[in-house]
Ligand binder design. Structure first.
Ligand code: PLP
Length: 465
């Protein structure tokens, strides 16, 4: 009769007293090492029963140590974005300016005057920290900030249009990122969607009919952030809707999605939506994201006429969707920077990445390619290729940002194996695969990322030895 193969597995206490795991106890709590040992042994038992050989005890101990280290690591961690997509929603959208990150740290570590008026020694409003800045940057009468733009749209509709008909063009019933759909958010807010026009053409008269028939008591314009309707199209601009809304005494609401607060800081994207322009065109309330083209933290920024913003601040949902102090600190610091377009272009990563000049990107791609080629060794072919970056975050999908990448075009495991090795690096590196090559777009890399990428490449070379 065959011997039970599991008997060759080392016992738990023998494993735990292995020198590797004894020294691991200096940095990892013992409970986590035990948990990792149980999990690893469980897994090995399964493979041994399926016919695999029992691994040597040193290898087992090493595996347990790395499993225990993984248990210590936070799930949410820094990654390196080599995709060239600047506002990558899956990667946290806008990286903050150093000044904004510092403001977050200061607000996080201690107490702050979040809702305290230091001059009058009484309760204050958290909106006060950004309201004056937002108004001076955009010419708005009043402003507030909430948790994100979806919350801003929800609060705007709940406070200003619940129980009322809201006319929206059939060409603007957008879905953003799967979860935010205009018809659904409208229904949840208690406003009644009145679709007007058609998918490709919506005229002033379509909105007017909804107002004249009393079907609509508000107008909503939604920026079609993540798609374009092309061909035979007609769209009614805000300026025309403003006249109509004023004549009928109804509010004109605008979900701008993404917005450049200081157009002078981003000359490379002339078509980027502007909140100041929307207000000047006559929108009564405008809202947009803090972490898209604005380049700040997750937030929903609301601008507009004081009586509407006041109604939104007073609404019970304002508390439900309120912005937290860390985001507020980052938003204020970002807005302070945006007052000086020159300085903002330097300090705000989103603006500097979007505004990067192709010739500079080519130089950086050449440097990265040379470093990668040296680190990966002679088995790999690395070159510099032109590539198209993207704005991302569902913004300006047809805007290709001309740039350059370091491309690993041939070598062991290129592209899938190398992509996986980079993605599983201690600081995960996320790249794009295109036509069988692994592309690292330098547009979205921070200065310090390059050294980490070279470390990952050296590790690839080590393991393939
Ligand atoms: C992105 C976007 C939203 C949602 O904004 P979040 O900040 O992700 O909540 C809503 N409307 C439009 C038009 C958008 O582009």
């Amino acid at each position: 009769m065959c011997e039970n193969p599991l008997r060759a597995l080392p016992k738990m206490d023998v494993l735990l007293s292995h020198p590797t795991l004894v020294s691991a106890r200096e940095t990892i709590p013992y409970g986590l090492i035990r948990q990792a040992a149980r999990d690893t042994l469980e897994e090995v038992r399964r493979t041994v029963l399926a016919g695999a050989a029992v691994p040597p005890v040193d290898a087992l101990a090493g595996e347990i140590a790395s499993a225990a280290r993984a248990l210590c690591r936070p799930g949410l961690r820094k990654v390196i974005n080599a995709t060239g997509v600047v506002l990558h929603t899956n990667l946290g959208r806008a990286p903050l300016a150093p000044q904004a990150a510092e403001a977050v740290r200061a607000a996080a570590e201690g107490y702050s005057n979040l809702e305290y008026d230091l001059d009058r020694a009484c309760r204050g409003s958290r909106h006060s920290h950004v309201e004056a800045l937002l108004c001076s940057l955009t010419g708005s009468e009043a402003a507030m900030a909430v948790n994100n733009n979806a919350a801003a749209v929800f609060l705007m509709l709940s406070a200003l249009a619940a129980g009322k008909g809201v006319a929206v063009s059939r060409g603007e019933l957008v879905e953003i990122g799967g979860a935010f759909r205009v018809p659904e958010i409208m229904e949840a807010s208690g406003a009644v969607l009145r679709e007007v026009g058609t998918t490709n053409k919506t005229r002033r008269a379509d909105y007017e009919r909804a107002l004249l028939s009393q079907e609509a008591q508000a107008l909503l314009k939604v920026h079609t952030s993540n798609y374009q309707i092309v061909g035979f199209t007609e769209d009614t601009p805000l300026s025309q809707l403003a006249g109509l809304a004023a004549a009928h005494g109804v509010p004109l609401l605008c979900d701008l999605g993404s917005c450049v607060l200081s157009p002078a800081a981003l000359p490379a994207l002339p078509a980027a939506p502007s909140a100041a322009a929307a207000l000047a065109d006559g929108a009564d309330v405008v809202c947009f994201s803090g972490d898209k083209l604005l380049g700040g933290p997750q937030a929903g920024v609301v601008l507009g006429k004081k009586r509407y913003i006041d109604a939104m601040k007073r609404h019970p949902l304002a508390r439900v969707v309120r912005i937290d102090k860390l985001s507020l600190a980052a938003l204020e610091a970002t807005l302070l920077l945006l007052r000086d377009p020159e300085a903002a272009r330097e300090a705000l990563p989103v603006l500097s990445m979007l505004g990067a000049r192709p010739e500079d990107l080519r130089g950086r791609a050449e440097g990265l390619a040379a470093g990668l080629s040296a680190a990966l060794g002679p088995d790999y072919t690395v070159s510099v290729l032109p590539c198209a970056g993207q704005v991302g975050g569902g913004s300006m999908p047809n805007e290709a940002l001309p740039g350059f990448c370091a491309a690993v075009t041939a070598g062991p495991g290129v592209p899938e194996g190398l992509e996986a090795a980079f993605r599983r690096h201690a600081v995960p590196i996320l790249c794009r695969i295109h036509h069988g090559a692994l592309l690292l777009d330098v547009r979205t890399l921070a200065a310090e990322d390059e050294a980490e990428i070279l470390r990952a490449a050296e590790a690839v070379r080590e393991t393939s030895r």
